[in-house]
Design a protein around this ligand. Structure first.
Ligand SMILES: [Fe+2]
Length: 312
């Protein structure tokens, strides 16, 4: 088809076609705020063979082939995010649930069933609940796996759309949202769903952190962390520094903080270490290798080895 055929068939542009058309898009939906990446969730694991059985064989994720390719750590790609799994005792457990999207839940269930024999005697479990699969890692981390749900997760078909933290009953959710907006410059708020109220903060175009009250007793914070990237890196640093909240000045491109605080009183609300990076960090926006976990040596077709993180 020659270029501009459609235009020529429609004839000359009329005023109503484009110029005078009323706005019909909510442009705020496109805003990212200051937090542009949820890079990884980091938990220590005591045994890499069990981590391989769960994260690679069971969940069907892909080991980072370039970095941490030995026995002292494993980085695991999930679309455009990662799990970081340093080898260490005791294991760390996120006080909450990490949400994943994978392309095919049926295939996931088959993989988890197969992985079971390698994970006997651990806390590993999985069960289908409605349209999600609730899994538990060998050391108790809860991971909820969704299939692609365009209404909820847009075009995501492989990724980590949220980390949902359990916070003690009575925690001021509005104050958590205020911390993300006023200290970090993020987009955040308080909302309601069928499970009740929650605080949320956007952490990229396709991810968020969520804070939800629980009546369950929470274990003491064990030092696990998440990693985010900020566009304005120094502004939040200055505010955190003034409040005495910087936990580590890691290097030129990175600092860490642990306490989320009430902006008005500086009293702690919840602890979760945020490894905080700038967009100049050499690893920002890395391209990750994601495999198609349904491919094996028997059904191999050249060109279909690669998993895709977005719907076509
Ligand atoms: Fe990290």
């Amino acid at each position: 088809m020659p270029p501009n055929t459609e235009f020529r068939q429609r004839g000359p542009l009329e005023m109503n076609d484009t110029v005078m058309t009323k706005p019909q898009f909510d442009r705020t939906v496109e805003d990212l705020g200051n937090i542009v990446e949820l890079g990884h969730v980091n938990v220590t694991v005591p045994d890499q063979s069990k981590a391989i059985a769960f994260y690679l064989m069971g969940l069907g994720l892909t080991r980072d082939p370039y970095l941490m390719a030995g026995l002292e750590n494993m980085w695991v790609n999930v679309g455009r995010g990662q799990f970081h799994l340093p080898t260490r005792n005791p294991p760390q457990v996120v006080r909450g649930t990490t949400g994943l999207v994978v392309p095919d839940l049926e295939a996931l269930l088959h993989r988890l069933e197969y992985a079971k024999k390698f994970l006997e005697g651990t806390q590993f479990s999985y069960r289908q609940v409605g349209n999600v699969v609730e899994t538990t890692c060998p050391w108790g981390n809860r991971i909820r796996v969704h299939g692609p749900e365009p209404e909820k997760f847009g075009s995501l078909r492989l990724g980590m759309p949220y980390v949902e933290f359990d916070v003690p009953s009575g925690t001021r959710l509005d104050k958590i949202a205020q911390f993300y907006t006023e200290i970090l410059g993020g987009i955040a708020g308080v909302a309601n769903d069928d499970k009740g109220p929650y605080a949320w903060a956007s952490t990229s175009a396709d991810s968020k952190v969520i804070y939800r009250e629980t009546s369950r007793e929470l274990p003491p914070y064990d030092g696990h962390h998440i990693q985010i990237t900020l566009a304005d890196f120094s502004g939040p640093h200055k505010k955190l520094l003034e409040r005495g909240l910087i936990a580590e000045e890691s290097d030129q491109h990175q600092y860490r903080f642990i306490d989320l605080v009430d902006v008005d009183t500086n009293q702690p609300l919840f602890q979760i270490e945020h490894e905080t990076r700038s967009m100049r960090h050499p690893m920002f926006n890395r391209t990750f290798v994601n495999r198609n976990p349904d491919m094996n040596n028997r059904n191999f077709v050249p060109g279909y080895e690669v998993g895709v993180w977005a719907l076509a």
